[in-house]
Design a protein around this ligand. Sequence first.
Ligand SMILES: [Zn+2]
Length: 144
Amino acid sequence: MAAVLPIFRGLRSRTVDHVTMTDRRMTSEEQAVVLAMLAQDFPGSEELRAQVPTAVVTGRCTCGCATIDLRVESAPRAASAPVQNGVLISAHLRDEGSGALLFVEDGYLSCFEVYSVEDEPAALPRPEQLIIESAATRHDDSGS
Ligand SMILES: [Zn+2]
């Protein structure tokens, strides 16, 4: 009778435990920063941005940081995006040892993770703090 929390679904954070919680709407601040992560255009970006208004927060990280698990209701409410599972977008924060990761599962937003190298749990970044490091947009530029 293992009491393991049913929290890890596929690719997920390396560092944190997640707990489920009662679904709630994303706050406007959360929506703004997730939209900022998706600001660039790439195949699937429109679908993912369109998911943000109806995404619900289903879980959070136990450490007190601003990491949130997300669930998006599938069609007809939102279309899936043609992107790979896992970390879709990563960013670091201007002048801080912290960053953010946006996870996608089956074409839908699944987690927005924040992390910090400091002892303090990472707070929700402001959109203007984000410096996008990698994205699904990245073309294969090997050999350049
Ligand atoms: Zn945390």
